[in-house]
Design a binder for this molecule. Structure first.
Ligand SMILES: [Zn+2]
Length: 177
């Protein structure tokens, strides 16, 4: 998917996410950031804090959705556009949390070759999930996000991070699965 398919607003919100991603990088966290927008209105921005908080669930999308859970759930989805922008394709946990919160659209920057989970086929999931499945679009500012992630991973010394880096280095096209 190319960047031309995205609107001016999409670009504006993803640029905000990339700025926040840079802050996470500077803080020493795995640089991922997410922005929540309801009907065109900015609701919040959060970043991944799993390294600094030492909590494995402190992904950017989780931090964001947990913080604004009541704002999201008090929004009737019918006719509403609840968009989650994230600089990295969501993992199983964050994707599941988004579906449970009936996020209507997920826009991500860079595919995650090591932890991405948005390729699940809706024909394989049960009723609730298939009814609430979001629209998923990837590839907006993929290169910018990828550059920060690679910069972070190349600095890490543990085998765990080295394994993640290996997967990321195998990615050929950043915009496509
Ligand atoms: Zn996640």
């Amino acid at each position: 998917m190319g960047e031309e398919m995205f609107s001016k607003d999409d670009k504006k919100f993803m640029r905000l996410a990339i700025k926040e991603q840079e802050k996470a990088y500077k803080r020493g966290d795995y640089p991922v950031a997410a922005v929540l927008v309801i009907d065109g209105k900015l609701i919040g921005i959060e970043s991944n804090s799993l390294v600094t908080s030492k909590k494995r669930i402190s992904h950017a999308e989780m931090n964001l959705i947990m913080k604004h859970s009541s704002a999201i759930t008090s929004t009737k989805r019918a006719g509403k556009n609840i968009t989650l922008y994230t600089t990295l394709e969501p993992c199983l946990m964050c994707f599941g949390t988004s579906v449970l919160h009936r996020i209507s659209r997920i826009v991500y920057a860079y595919i995650d070759p090591d932890g991405g989970a948005t390729n699940i086929l809706t024909k394989n999931v049960s009723g609730y999930y298939s009814r609430t499945w979001p629209i998923i679009e990837g590839g907006l500012y993929a290169k910018e996000s990828q550059a920060l992630i690679l910069k972070f991973l190349k600095k890490q010394e543990s085998q765990g991070w080295k394994n993640v880096l290996k997967e990321h280095l195998n990615v050929k096209a950043v915009n496509k699965k």
